[in-house]
Design a protein around this ligand. Structure first.
Ligand code: AMP
Length: 189
C-alpha cells in the first residue's frame, strides 16, 4: 500500500488532484475538510463546534481531527493506499499520524507539495466559492486568515517530512492535467 500526503495552501488544488488520483490508482481519499463538512451537515456535536472555527479561518483542535483520522484508517478496508488531503496541518497532527500509522503497521510513502503563490490562491478560492457553496470560500477576509493560518502553523510541516526524506514538490501553475502528470511521475518513480 502506498500512502501519500498531498500538501499545499488552501486553493492549491489538492481536492481536485486527490480525486484524479482516486480514479487512477483506486486510493482512498481522506479529506479532513470533507469529513468536517459532513459533520456540519449532520449537525453533530463536532460539526457545531467546527462550523464556527472553519468560518473564522482557523484550525479545528488537533485531538478532534486526529481521532476522526484514526477511526477512518482503523476501519479502512482493502485499499491500495490513502491519499491524505488537508491532514496533517500541524506538527502535533503529523506526530499523531506517525503513531497511528505505526499502530496499523503502515507507513507514509511521501509528501507531495503543490507550490503556488498567495495572489493566485485568493483568485482560485473566490472562483471556487461561486460553485462550492462553502461559506469559507466566499469571504476575502476568511480566505486571507486561512492563508495566514497555513503559513503560521502548517507550512513548517515541509521540514518535518524533509527530515524524514519524504518531501517532494511540484509547480502548481499550469493546467489540472499538467499538474496531475507531474504527480503521477512522482508516484510511479
Ligand atoms: P479544507 O477543506 O481542507 O480546506 O478545510 C477546510 C477547513 O476545515 C479548514 O480551514 C480548517 O478550519 C478545517 N480543517 C480541515 N482539515 C483540518 C485539519 N487537519 N486540522 C484542523 N482543521 C482542519
Amino acid at each position: 500500500m502506498k500512502h501519500i500526503l498531498l500538501f499545499g495552501p488552501p486553493g492549491a488544488g489538492k481536492g481536485t488532484q486527490a480525486q484524479l488520483m482516486v480514479n487512477k490508482y483506486k486510493f482512498m481519499h481522506l479529506s479532513t475538510g470533507d469529513m468536517l463538512r459532513d459533520e456540519i451537515k449532520r449537525a453533530t456535536e463536532i460539526g457545531l463546534k467546527a462550523k464556527k472555527i472553519i468560518d473564522s479561518g482557523q484550525l479545528v483542535p488537533d485531538e478532534i481531527v486526529a481521532e476522526m483520522v484514526r477511526l477512518r484508517i482503523k476501519n479502512m478496508k482493502n485499499s491500495t493506499g490513502i491519499i491524505f488531503d488537508g491532514f496533517p496541518r500541524t506538527v502535533a497532527q503529523a506526530c499523531k499520524l506517525d503513531e497511528i500509522m505505526t499502530a496499523e503497521k503502515q507507513e507514509i510513502a511521501m509528501m507531495i507539495a503543490i507550490d503556488i503563490h498567495d495572489e493566485e490562491i485568493i483568485k482560485r478560492i473566490l472562483e471556487r466559492g461561486k460553485v462550492s457553496q462553502r461559506s469559507d470560500d466566499q469571504d476575502v477576509n476568511t480566505i486571507k486568515k486561512r492563508i495566514d493560518t497555513y503559513n503560521k502553523q502548517t507550512a513548517i510541516l515541509a521540514d518535518y517530512y524533509k527530515q524524514q526524506k519524504k518531501f517532494k514538490s511540484i509547480d502548481g501553475r499550469g493546467s489540472i492535467e499538467n499538474i496531475f502528470e507531474k504527480i503521477c511521475e512522482l508516484i510511479e518513480e
